[in-house]
Design a protein around this ligand. Sequence first.
Ligand code: FAD
Length: 409
Amino acid sequence: MSIDFTLSPEAEAIRARVRAFVGEVVKPAEDKLQGIRDLDRAEYVTLLLSLRDQAKAAGLWLPHMPVEWGGMALGHVELAMVQAEAAKAYYGPFVLNCQAPDEGNMHTLLHWADDAQKEKYLRPLCEGRVMSCFAMTEPEVAGSDPTLIQTSAVLDGDTWVLNGHKWFISNAHRARFAIVIARTETDPEIPQAANSAFLVDLPSDGWTEVREIETMHGGTGHSEILIENLRVPAANLLGGRGNGHLLGQYRLGPARLAHCMRWIAQAETALDMMVDRSLNRFAHGSLLADKQGVQWMIADSTMEIYQAKLMVLHAAYRIDHGLEFKSEVSMAKHFVANMLNKVIDRAIQVHGALGYSTDTPLAHMYQQARWARIADGSDEIHQMRIAQRTLAAYREHASTRTATGDLPL
Ligand SMILES: Cc1cc2nc3c(=O)[nH]c(=O)nc-3n(C[C@H](O)[C@H](O)[C@H](O)COP(=O)(O)OP(=O)(O)OC[C@H]3O[C@@H](n4cnc5c(N)ncnc54)[C@H](O)[C@@H]3O)c2cc1C
């Protein structure tokens, strides 16, 4: 067995290029982007698109996609460091075209779509010409349990007729197509096989955006959608009847891990800020950095980020090597989401009133971080699944070892 955490020279070079691009091109443009975002939409979009053009020209485009789709063909371990570098800037993932939910939808289409669907939906997504959304959650039933989904799809000749109600559909406002999960089977063999996935062109008759939901970080593109007699051609069924649940699970593996990679970058930013502040703020005869109480916050954050990195790298390794990865991704997602919230909270604490203000990015980061414990599998659902696997491992092997990362330790 070998454990080698050094990157290949090629991967190291890519990391250096992403870091330089984010630091020298994306970050300097960010203040301007934030400033004009609500004032001059045309200028905002033009500047964002020009950043994307520069990323493409620099060969830093679609790190997660194969070369034939215009991507960099990175494995998940390499992707981890690219995502972590990109997310050092708020717009970094978008500029490299590896942002949620498009990134997860690209993985899904690459794996599940037929050739015609790939050309029509995946191609423009990869070229950065359109955006997409994934519509599963409904206000009336618990999103944690997709077997409860009520949106229905009924076959009428060669079209499916969809009716239902979705909410918290990220990006729906800007999307040119949606992957919609709806119930097609009335009497499935197992409850998980009741749903199917559909590709829906947007805008479409029968698809109404009721509102963009105002959240604790503002109204930022999570929409409530009413679906009324929406007609979808039979050819737009994605992945076969009854495979909606499988498709959702498949999508969420790499997508959850990509979130973790971006969250690590955010946590590192918060820790850097925590340390910088503690080295520059003087109270009670010494710097905050000299206080044991503050050192504990720094130490806890440092250890948690380290744990997060190891968990993400190991889960990425398992995906790259074709090994079962559900449990490792689940554990990483839960751990990193909670780590992010704790580290930002400590950074705010060390900044005092300044941390509570919007003069630093911390307040915004804190509001953003809270959803990490809810979306893409909430904390308790991951805990439930992790516990189930641990119990099953013990029942099978009289040992929990395989459930704790299946490492040779
Ligand atoms: C910012 C954001 C973006 C999102 N984007 C999308 C999107 O693009 N597309 C989409 O389809 N959805 C999206 N969602 C929805 C998200 O996937 C759901 O919120 C999530 O699946 C939880 O569903 P729910 O909100 O209905 O909570 P519920 O299922 O009602 O759960 C409520 C609480 O109960 C807990 N709970 C549930 N079951 C158990 C149990 N067995 N034991 C203990 N506790 C339990 C949950 O963990 C949760 O804390 C988004 C959500 C957010 C916040």
